[in-house]
Design a protein around this ligand. Structure first.
Ligand SMILES: NC(=O)c1ccc[n+]([C@@H]2O[C@H](COP(=O)([O-])OP(=O)(O)OC[C@H]3O[C@@H](n4cnc5c(N)ncnc54)[C@H](OP(=O)(O)O)[C@@H]3O)[C@@H](O)[C@H]2O)c1
Length: 336
């Protein structure tokens, strides 16, 4: 569902690594449908992904396929009518009402399909309910690409720290704001100048609200709190304060004390996203568009995972990881 940057990157990965995925993981995915805004392409025997990539580039929609195209067919109709084991839900994020992704996910569950999504919107608004719905329908919901893109933040906490108790999490969860704050610190420029530079380079959207007002980071915090710490929370439970009011003077004052201002999301007793001063030597003091998350656990102590928090191929690699995880769980026949 969705064939933009992430959807097409996923197509590229599984085409390029077809043999290796089959040999190493016994994974031979058959893509029976692809949907974009203008319609669908459907072939129960499996679509030719190289052809689909060319078609999307040249005609703007996969539904232009003469053999397999269904112009105007909606994603919901496709989910309902096409037989498939799983959907990759990679439609745009909307944290107002979660749509269209929320309906795609619910319809997939209702029709017995597992879901892998990279879309934070539906999860930020309704993750506790969606997890219950997935369990009720005996299907899996996986979303590792929603936090840290390709960086396995969720898996690190869930799998590598298995058995331990994570007591708190702090992190830089948004690359755009980290880039802006890093530029302000390094080049001694104002927030407006740094934002304009980020927009010029494509790091920030024309409407930067989601990033600079902290909603993107808050959505990721909600996902971590639910998945890693079993907190039944939604974005309404997060105290959110973005970076619009951080001035060049604030950054300079912090710098004079060997500190740096970062937009930190934290889960302790409460959930917060706010500009915070940290030491320049803190492992979270990463530059540019990087993401970094520190887990504090009862026995293993403190660990920080750092990596790129965006990118088509990176995020598509998370979709692949999630599908492999579902495949492995299916063969064990258990729902978690
Ligand atoms: N790109 C990243 O680095 C990244 C990283 C982490 C998470 N994510 C998340 O992953 C998701 C996908 O991101 P992206 O960068 O691939 O976005 P994108 O390039 O904008 O692609 C979105 C796709 O969804 C399709 N779409 C929109 N509304 C639809 C509808 N009603 N029915 C069917 N298809 C619809 C679009 O169709 P058209 O092609 O016809 O416009 C497009 O193919 C987003 O939720 C994003 O937040 C992205």
């Amino acid at each position: 569902m969705g064939y933009g940057v992430v959807g097409q990157s996923f197509g590229q990965i599984i085409t390029q690594r077809k043999k290796e995925l089959a040999k190493k993981y016994g994974f031979r995915p058959r893509i029976v449908g692809i949907v974009d805004k203008k319609g669908a392409a459907i072939n129960p025997k499996g679509l030719d992904l190289e052809q689909m990539l060319v078609l999307k580039k040249e005609k703007g929609t996969v539904s232009a396929s003469t053999q397999y195209g269904y112009p105007k067919m909606s994603a919901l109709e496709t989910i309902e009518s096409v037989e498939a084991e799983a959907i990759a839900e990679v439609s745009p994020t909307n944290i107002e009402d979660g749509e269209p992704g929320l309906s795609f996910i619910k319809t997939a569950f209702r029709t017995g399909k597992h879901v892998v999504t990279t879309n934070k919107g539906p999860l930020a608004l309704a993750l506790p309910a969606l997890t219950e719905l997935a369990n009720y329908n005996k299907v899996y919901l996986r979303f590792s690409g929603t936090v840290g893109a390709g960086t396995p933040v969720l898996e690190f906490a869930k799998n590598c720290l298995q058995g331990d108790r994570i007591v708190s999490i702090r992190g830089i969860l948004n690359g755009t704001t980290n880039y802006i704050l890093s530029e302000m610190d390094e080049k001694h420029i104002s927030y407006d100048e740094a934002l304009a530079a980020a927009q010029k380079l494509g790091f920030a959207e024309a409407d930067p609200t989601m990033d600079v007002d902290g909603y993107d980071a808050a959505a990721k915090l909600v996902i971590m709190a639910n998945w890693i710490m079993d907190r039944k929370v939604t974005i309404k439970d997060v105290k959110i304060n973005g970076i619009r009011n951080v001035s060049a003077q604030d950054i300079e004052d912090a710098s004079n004390r060997g500190r740096i201002i970062k937009l930190i999301g934290s889960i302790g007793e409460t959930l917060k996203v706010e500009p915070t001063q940290i030491s320049k030597h803190d492992p979270l003091a990463v530059d540019g568009a990087l993401n970094a998350v520190t887990f504090v656990s009862e026995s293993a102590g403190e660990q920080t995972i750092i990596g790129l928090g965006a990118g088509g191929i990176e995020t598509a690699s998370a979709v692949l990881r999630d599908l492999l995880d579902i495949k492995q769980n299916m063969s064990k026949k258990m729902i978690t």
